[in-house]
Write a protein that binds this ligand. Sequence first.
Ligand SMILES: *Cc1c(COP(=O)(O)O)cnc(C)c1O
Length: 370
Amino acid sequence: MIKFLDIKAMHDELGEGRGLESTFANVLKSNQFILGPELAAFEQEFAAYCGTAYCVGVGNGLDALTIILKALGISSGDEVIVPAHTFIATWLSVVECGATPVPVEPDPNTFNIDPDRIRAAITASTRAIVPVHLYGRPADMTAIQAIADEHGIPVIEDAAQSHGAASGPDRTGSLGIAAAFSFYPAKNLGALGDGGAITTSNRELFEKVLRYRNYGSVTKYQHETTGVNSRLDELQAAFLRLKLNHLEGWNAARRRVAKQYIDRLSGIANITIPQETNHLVHAWHLFVIKTDKRDMLANALGEQGIETVIHYPVAPMFQAAFKHRFPKAAQAFPITRQLQGQVLSLPMGPHLTTEDVDRVCDAIVQVFSK
Ligand SMILES: *Cc1c(COP(=O)(O)O)cnc(C)c1O
């Protein structure tokens, strides 16, 4: 049995005495559970990791996105450009503000939003662009920022899948006006429950999101604005501090797995594999291949005890939640439609051994040699 992602193996690595149990015991003993020293320390450490001046811990990745957009004043009548091919949360944050998500097709080779198509989607109502660093690969932020600058609109990173990824020397989280991270347990940096964070180096925006996540307040019982309750709690912050120390090692292990997949699967008929690129550090949250025989391959691997997942089988515009707004989606978004039928995520994570990856590759080669 080869698991798609083995969270237990990651946790086992944290070690006796320095592990999650002692972290839990320490927070329990402190009796501080909300807005305490663990969160303050994590915010400082994660900002330093991303290369930003500020980090604000929030309840989850969707809230991180929504709170940034609200702090930027995005509301009804506004349009926000989003990838057509992404997890639905990117879109939902726009809807939460009362604004309209305007989807743009991906580059089928990188899976990320295609900068050349963004320009055509911009209207007089466009207020922001939210690229996603999908599967851990940084989006083309240089091209996207250039278009945004022409129109004087901000770029917000959806960095929920890209902890530790970088474009040149700059980590994701520091590439736009602000970024949203998720610490959902299966992300590269995952909590033991829900969690999220906003990173930014913009002081004014920092102060707004800091207030907004806590009832519009920074000083107890003084409410400068309205707000929500969306805070990263002390326990999750403490767990994340422990795991942040391992993120670079875990990402290096993911890179090793990706390299082995690329070496072994290059040139195999019927499948297209993702590629490393020189100027980008890929976080390899997922290793996603494309094949027209996707369902057949997934079934064959499943029969051999190899778990795979589809990210994502149905794009937001084809979901019941949105399809009434996009009656011509199938014709207007052929790349998105095609990708959702082709993508398959192979097992990926720091737990995978060289033998595991060989077994997955052998199985794929065998399926296509029949
Ligand atoms: C996971 C994810 C989110 C949402 O994060 P949650 O913490 O689950 O709310 C947003 N965008 C993308 C691309 C994600 O993968």
